[in-house]
Ligand binder design. Structure first.
Ligand SMILES: [Zn+2]
Length: 588
């Protein structure tokens, strides 16, 4: 078991004949695909055309992902690797080349009047959902010239506004006084990080400094957000969506009734979270309610347990076995076959991620393992993503991409297995720390996400009429926070400027980058609740569910485990699990 991953299953190097061969092959396939897309006609045999599309598109997707994965994985462990960097760029260019052909094919398919359900019983029956989705997409694509204008203007429109926001934030600094009375100027990211400090005075000072800093750029940031959201509104309308939210929901393969039901359930459980925030205020020795600057304050001594990498691997494999042998064997194999790069070393990117490489039915996980319990759950989380990939890999590569609400199902499920097992074994002190960290992050995903959803809904509604001033934006943000946090937070000390600092509001392709997270957490928890109810018979259904996430709507994926997403009780059951944790925490 190495602490560095082995990429030989992809390629032995950029200079290998296989790598060069696949680059050439991709070019040839791209050309073939272009010819195919340029010669589509109504008169031809549609089944033959669809077969050809499936075969060409599958080959191109497999080749692209294999080449791109090798380049980007090589780069992620060695960011000085210029060769890797230049291949990321050149393969991405090849990838972009196919998108024009994709659009031609999609428009041809949408105009053909073809009914994908008629593919039942054929050799490409498995692609019915894929074609249905393409047809829906096709209905929202405009004529070639308009699409061309839009993509050109987006570069100088929303993309430029996003860049401006990046520049504003990355160069923003705040003043903060040190313990010996000096004034220091620090980047805003450093000041924000002080929210996690053990020193109460420092947290308060950092918050005040942060708010002062935002005032310097609020007018410019408001201009950015108004432009970006304004563009989204125009584009959604032009493409025939009733709203930006509908556009996002379509992309996420779900309908609005699901999020309405989910948020109704969340609203009912807000008082539990508020009780936790009130308790936190007490634990910090405050007489009133919790000010925003103490939201992330540490209140327990961190779980100190130290794991070697080998111990972490054994721990994960053993705990996964309590759920299923298959999951446990899968994890063992990932460790033993060196799929995981866990070592901390210079030149490597921070954080953690998992990349599923369907062309070789394997995954690679990057982590920076320092030995804390948190590092163990991170690897378990990423192994969940890998297991999801493993279940999906039985499918055609065209049926392996899943929407963001389902992206965290397997990862959170694995994390839950580990956390539940750790809680059982922990002493009182550790239990308190584990619970606090669970509840605090659940609070972010449930309560804070709810406030962001409320804010973004209000923002789009107001932006339909006119641009919003910085004061209006801050007012909407505060209103949303009051509705979500209620008396859990001090109404006088909220964070009116989260609209300015959260980068996702400024990415034109990330509208409503919030509800999928609440969905993901509660869906995974709900599945875990089902598992504890039904026991080992659940595991097979669970694996089947994961394998189907690339070729069904979110509603139909849930139906596999007899879950009705429009039934509020499903969501309440998930929230009940968090409530139990909160109750345990309050009792301790
Ligand atoms: Zn994840």
């Amino acid at each position: 078991m190495d602490k560095r991953w082995n990429l030989d299953a992809l390629y032995t190097g950029f200079d290998s004949p296989e790598f060069a061969g696949d680059c050439k092959k991709l070019d040839a396939k791209n050309e073939e695909y272009e010819n195919f897309a340029n010669t589509l006609s109504k008169s031809s045999d549609i089944l033959e055309i669809l077969r050809k599309y499936v075969s060409l598109k599958s080959e191109i997707t497999a080749l692209t992902s294999r080449l791109l994965s090798f380049a980007s994985l090589s780069f992620s462990t060695d960011t000085n690797n210029t060769k890797a960097n230049s291949y990321i760029e050149s393969v991405s260019v090849k990838q972009n080349r196919t998108s024009l052909s994709d659009v031609k094919f999609i428009k041809w398919l949408a105009a053909s009047g073809f009914e994908p359900k008629t593919l039942r019983g054929t050799d490409i029956e498995d692609c019915i959902f894929h074609f249905e989705e393409l047809i829906t997409k096709g209905r929202h694509i405009l004529d070639d010239q308009t699409e061309q204008i839009i993509s050109n203007l987006k570069l100088v429109g929303s993309s430029s506004w996003m860049n401006l926001h990046n520049v504003l934030i990355s160069s923003l600094t705040g003043k903060i006084s040190t313990a010996d009375g000096r004034i220091e100027i620090k980047p805003i990211s450093q000041i924000r990080a002080m929210a996690y400090s053990e020193d109460a005075e420092m947290r308060k000072k950092a918050y005040e400094s942060e708010i002062r800093a935002y005032r310097k750029v609020e007018k410019a940031a408001a201009a950015c957000i108004n432009a970006i959201k304004g563009e989204s509104i125009i584009l959604a309308r032009m493409r025939g969506y009733s709203s930006v939210l509908e556009m996002v929901l379509t992309k996420n393969r779900m309908n609005k009734s699901i999020i309405d039901t989910m948020f109704s359930a969340i609203k009912e459980y807000l008082p539990c979270f508020r009780a936790y925030y009130k308790k936190k205020a007490k634990m910090l020795g405050l007489s009133g309610s919790l000010p925003f600057y103490d939201l992330f304050a540490p209140v327990t001594t961190k779980a100190q347990s130290n794991f070697t990498y080998e111990e972490a691997a054994d721990f994960i494999v053993k705990k996964f076995a309590t759920f299923s042998r298959k999951l446990s064997d899968f994890a063992r194999n990932a460790f033993d076959s060196n799929w995981i790069d866990s070592e901390i070393r210079p030149g490597k990117v921070g954080g953690a991620f998992c990349e599923n490489i369907f062309s070789i039915s394997q995954s690679r996980i990057l982590a920076n393992f320092g030995g804390s319990y948190n590092d163990v759950t991170t690897i378990a989380h990423e192994l969940g993503h890998a297991f999801h990939g493993h279940c999906l890999s039985k499918n055609l590569i065209l049926n392996t991409s899943y929407p963001s609400p389902l992206a965290e199902t397997a990862s959170i499920f694995c994390e839950t297995i580990i956390n539940q097992a750790a809680l059982k074994e922990a002493d009182k002190e550790t239990k308190l720390a584990l619970l606090e960290s669970e509840i605090s992050s659940a609070g972010q995903v449930i309560v804070d996400i709810y406030s962001r959803y409320l804010f973004e809904t209000a923002l789009f509604k107001a932006r339909e009429e006119a641009p919003l001033s910085p004061e209006q934006l801050s007012e909407e943000m505060t209103k949303a926070q009051i509705e979500a946090y209620g008396d859990g937070l001090d109404e006088q000390v909220l964070h009116p400027y989260l609209w300015l600092i959260k980068p996702h509001y400024y990415n034109p392709d990330w509208n409503f980058y919030n509800f999928p997270y609440a969905f993901g957490l509660l869906f995974a928890k709900g599945l875990y609740a089902k598992y504890t109810e039904t026991g080992s018979s659940f595991t097979e259904k669970y694996e089947f569910l994961l394998s189907e996430t690339g070729k069904r709507s979110v509603t139909d994926v849930a139906k596999i485990v007899d879950v009705d997403l429009n039934d509020i009780n499903f969501w309440k059951n998930s929230l009940e699990l968090i409530k139990e944790d909160i109750t345990k925490f309050l009792d301790l």
